[in-house]
Design a protein around this ligand. Structure first.
Ligand SMILES: [Zn+2]
Length: 689
């Protein structure tokens, strides 16, 4: 049993939270944290081939990665009971990432002759390719339960060796033999071109299969030097598979589609992704590069700096520094109340019963204008049914905002973005950019941090940024903390009190908290986000001020500290747990995490208790509305459509979910964001469709 003192990052002043909150000593020796180690460090005493590869005994160690080592798809798997609960959840998330980017699917094993058993052994390791040995193990041992490490081991299992052992690697990296720990030199041998193939792909410094510069070092310096110096700190990334890793998987498995990816559109192409534009009245969607009332540039090509810099460049009439890409805009300046315009995606075939629509929008119109998200489903007779799935209305925004809408299409469907002009004066309208549609659950919560540079420049080491309180689907309160160290970020979470605490089960265990820093590349398949997952367990305790032992995940009203924020809201906060080394500032700067000054953390809170039983199926994703409220249109008049003529049979179905919650964040400075709180749940949860 581990004991932690509860000396946490908290407000020290009695009624108003200082911002940002300082906690020089808090995280270092107070709150709990998990270690983030890389594969070579975790496996250092195991002496496996190249650090993490198992070889079948009695076989040539340089096996050809060819057809006979591929798996039949989908790959059957078993999550062995030895596997840590958090690791089980991370493996399922890694499967989702592989499905999103490639044609490789996974399914629970049902007596297929060859299958993967994911076990918890010492360290993280795998065999390379399908060994046709019946049950083939992949070990996700202690400390290995990270998305990138799991992807790395599964890429071995699917047929890949390490990037730095390619036969052509000497053209790209220099191995410094004198810096390698004695007896570990064999880890840097190259594979002959007689036995392995590069599949015609370029050497990839950003591969998740590359080891880092200090792998197997004897302490005298780096063991791998990249011939292009700018990649020296890039090698060994543990974010996600790179685009090139994805390309190699597609080549090896001879496919180009992906299991759960449906659509991506950045509107850079004049064909606007085969969208159909329809207008009723005086409004219409148009493809533009900037607008008078904002946005002043598209989202796709937005640089990392703040959007207001673009505004001044715009005002001076100088060239737009932000690339000058395009987005879709629907003005509500003229026309009359009730005028509408629709933008319809092409028809898509769902493979699952759950989809997530993710897009950026900018609202510069009237408070009463609406952006409505519909799906139009087609049955066998091509009869249409239209469902209102989401709505954005209310005050205008000063940044591009990220928005998610959960969909539940089961038949061929189109997605429609409808702008409806409301009462009141409008100076602008609605804009949409960087749409992605995929068949995975939407993130449960989003923490938008505008002006992140403001925090980085003006904060001293030891400063924490506090997220709003998020109310999970089971009504638990959850809060994130971004903690600044000298050269990296730490990310922590804690349970906080809500109005529902007395109706909830305590301690709150077997819940997996997944935090992801979004890579803002416009195409979801090219993103390499940084993700961590931690599961609440029943064993973790800490000693209170007067020596009593508390369960870590017990009711924060019982064991937490009282927080009073500047919104005059009070709540109790439990102890923090997280990773001190979430991401280095170098990796943060070199990645694509900041756009227009903003970063986004995704947060999900999943009940994994059913995964504790061996042989049970993974929990099914559920549809949750992220709408504030729903108002149905009077009619579904599509008006005049460009591109194609639409059918005429339409049924409108009222969504059965009305109550839900909305996360409302002011978009001003970092300081107003600090004290933002979320709107609470209205109605009873949970709700499913
Ligand atoms: Zn490896």
């Amino acid at each position: 049993m581990e004991h932690y003192h509860c000396d946490q990052m908290m407000c020290h002043s009695s009624d108003i939270c200082p911002q940002p909150i300082s906690s020089a000593e808090g995280t270092e020796d107070g709150s709990g944290y998990e270690e983030a180690l890389d594969i070579v460090e975790i496996n250092k005493d195991l002496n496996l081939h190249e650090g993490d590869i198992r070889l079948m005994t009695g076989r040539d160690r340089n096996i050809v990665v060819g057809n006979q080592f591929r798996w039949e798809l989908p790959v059957p798997y078993v999550l062995h009971e030895s596997l840590d609960l958090n690791a089980k959840g991370v493996v399922l998330r890694a499967f989702d990432q592989i499905r999103l980017k490639t044609c490789i699917d996974f399914k629970p094993w049902e007596d297929e002759p060859h299958y993967i058993v994911v076990i918890q052994d010492d360290g993280c390791w795998s065999y390379v390719g399908n060994q046709h040995q019946g049950n083939q193990s992949v070990s996700i041992g202690q400390w290995c339960d990270h998305l990138a490490i799991v992807e790395h081991e599964f890429l071995h299992a699917l047929g890949f060796w390490h990037e730095q052992s390619r036969y052509d690697r000497d053209e790209y990296v220099t191995v410094v033999w004198e810096n390698i720990e004695k007896g570990r030199e064999h880890n840097f041998l190259k594979h002959s071109s007689n036995y392995t193939t590069t599949l015609g792909t370029m050497y990839d410094y950003t591969s998740v299969m590359h080891y880092n510069k200090d792998a197997f070092s004897n302490g005298n310096g780096s063991t791998i030097i990249t011939n292009l110096p700018e990649y020296q700190d890039v090698i060994g990334q543990r974010l996600e598979m790179s685009s090139n890793d994805v390309l190699k998987l597609q080549k090896l498995y001879n496919c180009t589609s992906a299991v759960t990816f449906r659509m991506s559109c950045s509107f850079e192409d004049e064909r606007v992704c085969d969208m159909t534009l329809c207008a009723a009245g005086n409004t219409s969607w148009e493809r533009v590069g900037s607008t008078k009332a904002g946005p002043f540039s598209d989202h796709t090509s937005l640089s990392s700096q703040g959007e207001n810099q673009t505004e001044s460049a715009h005002g001076n009439g100088t060239a737009n520094q932000n690339g000058g890409g395009s987005f879709m805009h629907c003005s509500t300046v003229s026309g009359k109340e009730g005028d509408g315009a629709k933008m319809q995606s092409r028809k898509m075939n769902p493979k699952r019963q759950i989809q997530c629509l993710q897009f950026f929008y900018f609202h510069s119109g009237s408070d009463k204008d609406q952006l409505n998200i519909w799906i139009r489903e087609y049955d066998r007779e091509d009869e249409e049914t239209t469902y209102l799935m989401g709505q954005i209305t209310g005050p205008p925004t000063s940044h591009w905002q990220l928005h998610h809408v959960s969909l539940n299409a089961t038949r061929p469907f189109q997605v429609e973005f409808e702008v409806r002009k409301g009462a009141g004066n409008s100076l602008g309208g609605f804009s949409v950019d960087d749409i992605n549609l995929f068949e995975t659950e939407c993130p449960h919560h989003v923490w938008h941090i505008p002006n992140i540079d403001h925090f980085l420049i003006n904060s001293s080491v030891g400063t924490s940024l506090l997220s709003p309180r998020f109310i999970t689907r089971q009504s638990y309160g959850l809060q994130l903390l971004l903690h600044l160290y000298s050269d990296h970020f730490g990310v922590f979470f804690r349970l906080v009190s809500t109005d529902h605490d007395d109706q909830l089960q305590w301690p709150c265990v077997w819940r997996q908290v997944t935090v992801s820093l979004l890579d803002q590349s416009h195409h979801i398949q090219q993103r390499m986000s940084k993700q961590i997952s931690i599961t609440t367990d029943s064993e973790r305790t800490f000693i209170g001020d007067s020596g009593e032992i508390f369960h870590y995940w017990d009711n924060p009203r019982k064991l937490g500290h009282l927080i009073n924020d500047t919104n005059r809201e009070s709540y109790y906060a439990g102890p923090n747990l997280g990773y001190r080394t979430f991401l280095s500032l170098d990796a943060f700067r070199s990645g694509n995490f900041i756009k227009g000054g903003s970063i986004f953390f995704f947060l999900s809170f999943d009940d994994l208790s059913t995964l504790r039983l061996s042989g049970s199926d993974p929990p099914k994703p559920q549809i949750w509305s992220n709408m504030n409220h729903v108002t149905l249109m009077k009619t579904d008049d599509k008006g005049t459509c460009l591109n194609q003529m639409m059918g005429s049979t339409t049924t409108i179905v009222t969504p059965s979910f009305i109550s839900s919650f909305a996360v409302s964040l002011p978009t001003g400075t970092i300081f107003t964001m600090l004290t933002a709180t979320v709107a609470l749940i209205s109605g009873n949860l949970p709700l499913t469709l």
